[in-house]
Design a binder for this molecule. Structure first.
Ligand code: GDG
Length: 482
């Protein structure tokens, strides 16, 4: 069973008002769908709409259990504590986290509701995989309710160093919540290290390699209720990936290839197309990218007549204040850069505040000579992997922030520190002038990585590790069926 903030389906309403469900396009669904389907798996999550009570239903062999959130819970648990407290804190305080007690209370209450529902639905001796930072209290709450279960947790975003994490007034409760799991997965080795340090600092518990030995009741500062048997918890990195084959197939299709040519033509057939694709989020370093590009135009090192930066900024968390402010700031910058450097024929930045179908995204990836990923902090950054997977022609250059988890794996990219604007400018110029042979060599190596390490392998590695840590009947079965 999977427990995540959102269900893996989106509701679509036909013209006549009839509702139906279609799978969400995200990578998590693709990753877990096959294994879930084989095991007739269940999924607990919110539908994405407030005050929307919906009975459990089946969709394509998955049993879906919608959890209803009230308008106030959406504001306090989701937009508040998850996206305005934890998100900025876990991304190294790029924006100021807000610590509001009523948000914490809502977060605790909603986590209890998720745990209650999971405890009701999970089979005896089953395996439950809890996803992401919105549900960090669920592992412990679920273990209290159902000690028979094997519990995994995966954190999709970074876990900060203790010096920052310790700001959180509820730092102890969150770590306790996570330690309810048997296996805690992180994107990077460094995230797992930060978490293990937080465990040692907060509870004075011994950790060896990547394992925490939970102390018996009353020992150290561990608030073990006494009813629980001593056990150990493993915290390790499992870098997430993408459905590589799906991107390869799309990029190989005639229609997408033609569309890529059309995009290039519509942009005025420039010699260099640069591309950014991000949710409009302050962690993604969109402004830093614009600064570097604008300076290159100002210095005459790039020419607006034969260069364009296409930026897809998909709408995100639009009711959260810091996101509204970011949108204003980014759009002001786009206006300034275009005003200063554009001509009647050519815009410097082609800015698109929309979401696009995946086919269109792949066509953009194929059209882009240079992909700019300049995140200030990012758990992984799937876009970097999607670009690489789409370049079936072994061409294109990836400029990648060392602060994105993907940098641990995609070493043949041009790695940059996005705060170092001169460094980003050098990387862009290196990419613009890179000979075809070097582009091919780098892209081949990058592609080999994402072909071999796709998202199916990610979920399999996690579930295999979970089965080893706690070989219950159901995890044994899961490991065997794969
Ligand atoms: C979190 C972590 C971690 C974006 N715009 C459109 C669109 N997208 C798709 C991308 C990609 C996904 O959304 C974004 O994934 P990222 O990894 O880049 O970033 P987050 O949304 O912040 O995701 C991150 C991830 O979780 C997984 O663990 O890597 O670090 O922050 O797949 O392609 N897709 C379509 N149209 C758009 O306009 N179809």
């Amino acid at each position: 069973m999977v427990v995540s903030n959102r269900l893996p389906v989106d509701r679509v309403t036909a013209h006549d008002g009839t509702p139906s469900w279609k799978p969400s396009p995200g990578g998590l669904v693709t990753a877990l769908e096959p294994v879930m389907r084989r095991n007739h798996g269940a999924w607990i999550g919110w539908t994405g709409v407030a005050d929307d009570p919906i009975e459990p239903f089946e969709s394509d062999g998955l049993r879906l259990f919608p959890l209803t959130l009230s308008e106030q819970e959406v504001e306090q648990y989701y937009e508040g504590f998850s996206n305005d407290t934890l998100w900025p804190l876990y991304h190294d305080v790029i924006a100021q986290p807000k610590y509001a007690r009523e948000w914490w209370e809502a977060y605790s209450r909603v986590n209890e509701r998720f745990a209650d529902r999971a405890a009701e639905v999970a089979e005896q001796d089953g395996t439950v995989w809890v996803q992401d930072y919105q549900l960090q209290l669920v592992p412990r709450l679920l273990r209290e309710r159902r000690p028979d279960l094997t519990i995994g947790f995966f954190n999709h975003i970074p876990f900060p160093a203790y010096g920052l994490y310790s700001q959180l007034p509820w730092r102890q409760q969150i770590v306790e919540g996570l330690l309810g799991a048997d296996l805690i997965g992180f994107q990077r080795r460094a995230d797992a290290g930060n978490f293990l340090r937080a465990v040692r600092r907060l509870f004075h518990m011994p950790t060896t390699h990547n394992r925490v030995e939970l102390l018996p009741a009353g020992a150290g500062r561990w608030p073990n209720s006494g009813s629980e048997k001593p056990r150990s918890v493993v915290a390790r990195h499992f870098p997430i990936s993408i459905d590589t084959k799906a991107y390869v197939d799309l990029a190989s299709s005639e229609a997408v290839r033609r569309r890529a040519e059309e995009i290039r033509h519509d942009l005025g057939d420039p010699s260099t197309i640069m591309l950014g694709v991000d949710r409009l989020d302050y962690t993604k370093g969109i402004g830093h990218r614009f600064t570097a590009y604008a300076e290159l135009l100002a210095e005459g090192k790039l020419d607006v007549n034969d260069t364009v930066l296409m930026q897809v900024a998909s709408p995100s968390r639009e009711r959260v204040e810091s996101y509204k402010a970011l949108r204003d700031e980014i759009e002001l910058t786009v206006g300034r850069v275009n005003g200063d450097y554009g001509t009647i024929r050519h815009s410097a930045i082609s800015y698109l505040h929309h979401g696009y179908p995946r086919e269109e995204m792949v066509a953009m990836f194929l059209a882009a000579d240079i992909m700019l990923v300049t995140a200030l902090r990012d758990g992984m950054n799937l876009v970097a992997k999607e670009y690489v997977a789409s370049r079936v022609d072994d061409d294109g250059v990836l400029v990648l922030s060392e602060f994105a988890g993907a940098a641990d794996e995609l070493k043949q990219a041009l790695l940059v520190n996005p705060h170092d604007i001169e460094g980003v400018k050098r990387a862009i110029l290196h990419a613009v002038h890179m000979p075809r042979s070097e582009r091919r060599q780098r892209m081949r190596a990058l592609r080999a990585r994402v072909v071999e390490h796709d998202v199916a392998r990610w979920s399999q590695d996690f579930l295999d590790a979970l089965a080893v840590i706690r070989p219950s009947a159901s995890t044994r079965e899961l490991a065997e069926t794969d």
